[in-house]
Design a binder for this molecule. Structure first.
Ligand code: GAL
Ligand code: MG
Length: 981
């Protein structure tokens, strides 16, 4: 007889969202659950209806088969952004449809006799069919939520059964799981099973408000049918008994509509002096709910860690516990470079701890409900969560939003997410999904949420971008993505804003990016109505890949990467690297951390922007310290003063943080008497954790606000003739190129950088190429010698336009002074840089500088790099973005030395703070490579000194940098001196 589950062909039936699946609930894990993770028998069929063969290999659960080296399977990860990986229209899926069959024996415990037995499959993508001992048990869709099936009567306690999970990769559901990420297939979260009493808690709903009021609503069922007489519930909060709502019991008893089939009960209490939950002080209480039989024995128990807090929208402000909190968020996928989609508790803890360390306070679970442990961790560590349903129909958005065949799927996915996660204090907003247009299916789901959980706002980008007064849609929040900052500000100032404006995605972190983040936050903090947003995104989804055979390294690759870089013979794969015919390249690598979670430089920028403590100069004699948190004082922080003198090293002194409540400021005296000499002076407050935090050990830097105490002395405009050292001359060759024993390539003009992802995808690099900036042809016009000095005029010709460039080399005490001038024609109205590039001999492996650092910074991403004395080995200066591009720059550099271990080398002093980079790569080396492992470091250093350097912006997806960070045409002048050490 045909298998009824297969006969249904559920992979092409959007109306079938499940069959035989138990309702979702928030009761949580039962004690005594047995884990079924591990190696299962496995075979990969070419299609769901292909016959299951006799030959089995094995696959690890939880895991995706696309990432495992399983004999005879070559179904690999594939990356597409918007477009579907197959041509079929919804609800169709392709005939070639990899289908994984997982099978294993299970021994049913003896003592489960008489109990209700439940199988729990954490997640499977995209259609799950369950058979036990060959009998059909159930169907489930939604790749990111668990499915439970009642096996009572299907298996026999004390005996052995065979569980088969059939996972169909492509389906009607794929069309609404078209998120911008890798496509995989498999069972991605743990499988377990457990037993309960037939009389059991069917759901528990917790409402805990900021004034200490707690209400726990319980739903009770008995799998035998009618509930037994006399059952009741009890509960405790941190050991204190809760009160049973006897009034509700009485009403229920008198209400004829209330059946003996569904039991409802309520527990109440009010906690005096409640410690409220918020992201800064995530106070949790232990709640236990027990279901009793009439004789008092316990039939079922449910444990929760709950937080007391309110979320509300008042006017156009989102308030948490009455406070208008800033949302410093990031979008996070469940991702791992070895397992693809399966993430462990430790991984998630590391993710969220890192976010906390870098000043984030919010996560959007882009674009589906995350692993359940993530919400427990967010509750514990303190992060606000926008919980997003698993709906993205990007490629066919318009058709599906109003397609009644998908109506059930929309409501199913949204409601099941809410039913699962409603008791988490961290979840402050529900999201209907992502990039699925806006239609009746959304409104249906929104209606369900608003009735079921009126305690949280709802958002959906497709319904309310910049709302301009619309109030009757499915979004309580205006949550555009990548809206230009000026549009957001204009909206907030328009008088028509009705909803809090919190961008669901902004500041696209692809490659060397996130320019203007600080400008965004300056505007957000200055503009009522703007409340923050979620950076796109946390992860660079690079998969660790073996270069020789192109396979994913898989679970065994755990030690094959370090500090963002894959071990030799390996690389971080992005779209196309698995031979996918259709793919979207490196667009998958757009996170603030590398695939191994190494923070990118933007993380330091973010940390400073989010600083809980700020510093400002106060008149001439002091400072103002302020507390920029919403809920707590500064007592959890320690601090140290650091004074950086351009010409006098670094001084340190202990700092006492003032006792400040949120929003308060205090004047404090200067911690140092400023030495008379020493030149430019910068004072930094190094703020660290005073004690161990759940997310960081004691002494972890939290922020380092800085003020300038003294400007650099205005450089005396010394006539060049006077600094000339008589009798010495500068040597240049016939082409007017400087000859210097430490330089292997003479200083020449550079107008180009290896295109960043923003430059490339934003179309900017195309213009540079059209102008010929990547291959300027230099021709010397004149070389004039006068005393020891040499003046060289050269022309650099592009395909359009010619740049005249003059260099004047003057011998000065201990070296050479270089005065440069470049005149850019009007058509070069947006170039990458105007500056000097030269190359050094090998062996100068340490860069020391006075300027911003120590990490990479650029003109529009330099708020998190304090001015000071920095020292970094040349090999560590470069940031290994997955697709090589301009990187390693340092902003605001005043002077630097490049030295060998014996102290020899060169010293460069700049006329004013400038963008400098020292790497092992020429711009063309970076441009030619597609992956970091293809780069061959040069033995010497490639040094750029830029008179002007273009901002980074975020044009790979979103706005470009601001006009003020562009490099203008016209005359640029800069000077520097080169000395030998
Ligand atoms: C958004 C989308 C994200 C991602 C991002 C670009 O449009 O919601 O999923 O694709 O752009 O990286
Ligand atoms: Mg999309």
């Amino acid at each position: 007889m045909a298998d009824p589950l297969l006969a249904l062909r559920p992979w092409e039936a959007p109306e079938v969202t499940s069959w035989g699946r138990l309702p979702m609930n928030a009761v949580g894990r039962r004690s005594g659950a047995l884990c079924l993770d591990g190696d299962w028998r496995f075979q990969l069929l070419p299609a769901p209806d292909a016959p299951v063969g006799a030959a089995w290999s094995s696959a690890y659960v939880p895991g995706v088969w696309t990432m495992q080296t399983i004999q005879d399977t070559d179904d690999r990860p594939q990356y597409t952004n918007v477009r579907m990986p197959f041509a079929e229209f919804p609800p169709q899926s392709p005939a070639a449809n990899p289908t994984g069959v997982y099978e294993r024996e299970v021994d049913v415990p003896h003592d489960w006799a008489g109990r209700r037995i439940v199988l729990h499959v954490g997640a499977a993508e995209s259609v799950l069919l369950v058979h036990v001992d060959g009998r059909p048990v159930g169907i489930s869709k939604d790749s990111h939520l668990a499915a439970e099936f009642d096996l009572t009567g299907v298996v026999r306690p004390g005996e052995r059964s065979v569980v088969r999970l059939t996972v169909v990769k492509w389906s009607d559901a794929s069309h609404i799981e078209d998120q911008d990420q890798w496509w995989h297939g498999g069972v991605t979260r743990s499988v377990l099973w457990y037993a309960t009493d037939p009389l059991h808690l069917a759901d528990v709903t917790v409402r805990a408000g900021r004034h200490g009021d707690l209400r726990v609503d319980c739903r009770v069922r008995d799998s035998g049918g009618a509930l037994p007489e006399g059952w009741y519930v009890s509960g405790e909060l941190d050991g204190q008994p809760l009160t049973r709502d006897t009034e509700l019991d009485r009403i229920n008893a008198e209400d004829e509509r209330v059946s003996g089939f569904l039991g409802e009960a309520r527990l109440l209490t009010t906690v005096a002096d409640v410690r409220t939950w918020n992201a800064e002080t995530p106070e949790l209480y232990d709640l236990t709910v027990r279901l009793h039989r009439a004789d008092g024995t316990v039939a079922d128990t449910s444990y929760h860690r709950i937080g007391f807090r309110d979320v509300e929208i008042v006017g156009r402000d989102l308030l948490v516990n009455g406070e208008r909190v800033y949302i410093r968020g990031v979008n996070r996928h469940d991702f791992h470079p070895l397992t693809g989609r399966t993430v462990s508790y430790d991984d998630m803890r590391a993710d969220l701890s890192l976010l906390k360390r870098f000043g984030f306070n919010a996560v959007r679970t882009a674009h589906y409900p995350n692993d359940p442990a993530l919400y427990d961790l967010a509750d514990e560590l303190g992060l606000y969560v926008v919980d997003e349903a698993d709906i993205e129909s990007h490629d066919h958005a318009h058709e599906i939003a109003d397609d009644p065949r998908y109506l059930g799927a929309f409501v199913d996915r949204v409601s099941r997410m809410v039913l699962r996660d409603k008791n988490h204090p961290s979840v402050i907003i529900w999201s209907l999904g992502n990039e699925s247009d806006y239609g009746a299916n959304h409104d249906a789901a929104a209606g369900w949420v608003r009735r079921h959980d009126p305690t949280r706002p709802l958002q959906y980008e497709g319904a309310a971008k910049l709302d301009w007064g619309a109030t009757d849609d499915a979004s309580d929040i205006a949550c555009p993505m990548y809206a230009p900052l000026e549009d957001c500000v204009a909206h907030a100032l328009s008088g028509e804003q009705t909803k809090p404006l919190i961008q669901c995605e902004y500041s696209h972190a692809m490659g060397n990016s996130n320019g203007t983040l600080a400008d965004h936050w300056a505007a957000i903090e200055a503009t009522p109505g703007l409340q923050g947003g979620f950076i796109w995104e946390f992860w660079d989804h690079g998969i660790l890949q073996r270069v020789n055979d192109g396979r994913p390294a898989g679970r065994g690759g755990a030690r094959l990467y370090e500090s963002g870089v894959a071990a030799p013979g390996h690389r971080w794969a992005y779209g196309g690297d698995f031979g996918e015919p259709i793919h979207d390249g490196a667009f998958i690598a757009d996170g603030v951390v590398f695939p191994d979670r190494t923070p990118k430089p933007v993380m330091y920028e973010h940390r400073e922007i989010a600083a809980p403590v700020r510093l400002e100069p106060f008149r001439h004699e002091g400072l103002v310290v302020s507390n920029h948190q919403h809920f707590r004082g500064l007592e959890w922080l320690a601090a140290e003063w650091e004074l950086s003198l351009a010409d006098g090293g670094t001084l340190r002194a202990p700092a006492e943080l003032p006792d400040l409540r949120p929003g308060e400021t205090a004047a404090v005296p200067l911690p140092f008497a400023l030495p008379r000499d020493g030149g430019e002076a910068w004072l930094t407050l190094r703020v660290t954790t005073a004690d161990d935090q759940p997310w960081a050990p004691r002494g972890t830097e939290v922020c380092a606000p800085q003020v300038r105490l003294r400007a650099a002395p205005v450089p005396a405009d010394v006539p060049v003739a006077e600094v000339t050292v008589p009798g010495r001359r500068v040597e240049v060759d016939a082409d007017g190129l400087l000859v210097h024993p430490l330089l292997t390539a003479a200083p020449t003009l550079s107008l180009w950088r290896a295109p960043t992802d923003n430059d490339a995808l934003g179309g900017i690099a195309l213009r540079w190429r059209a102008w010929g900036l990547d291959a300027l042809v230099r021709e010397v016009v004149s070389v004039r010698r006068e005393e020891g000095r040499v003046s060289v005029l050269a022309e650099y010709a592009g395909s359009v336009g010619v740049v005249r460039h003059r260099q004047v080399f003057t011998p000065v005490e201990g070296g050479i002074r270089v005065d440069e001038e470049a005149e850019l024609p009007d058509e070069f109205d947006d170039v990458a840089r105007v500056g000097t590039v030269f190359e050094t001999v090998a062996g100068l492996d340490l860069l020391e500088w006075f300027g911003q650092g120590p990490w990479e910074s650029y003109p529009d991403r330099s708020a998190g790099a304090p001015v000071g004395h920095h020292s970094v080995p040349v090999d560590s200066l470069f940031t290994p973005y997955l697709r090589p591009q301009e990187s390693g720059g340092r902003h605001g550099v005043r002077r630097f030395t490049l030295s060998a271990p014996d102290g020899t080398g060169l010293a460069v002093a700049l006329d004013e703070p400038r963008q400098v980079s020292v790497t092992r790569y020429r711009a063309e080396d970076l441009t030619a490579a597609a992956h970091h492992d293809e780069l061959v470091p040069r033995p010497g250093c490639v040094v750029h000194i830029d008179a002007a350097h273009r901002g980074l912006g975020t044009a790979s997806c979103g706005p470009d940098t601001f006009p003020s960070y562009l490099v203008a045409p016209g005359v640029h002048r800069w000077s520097w001196t080169l000395r030998t050490l």
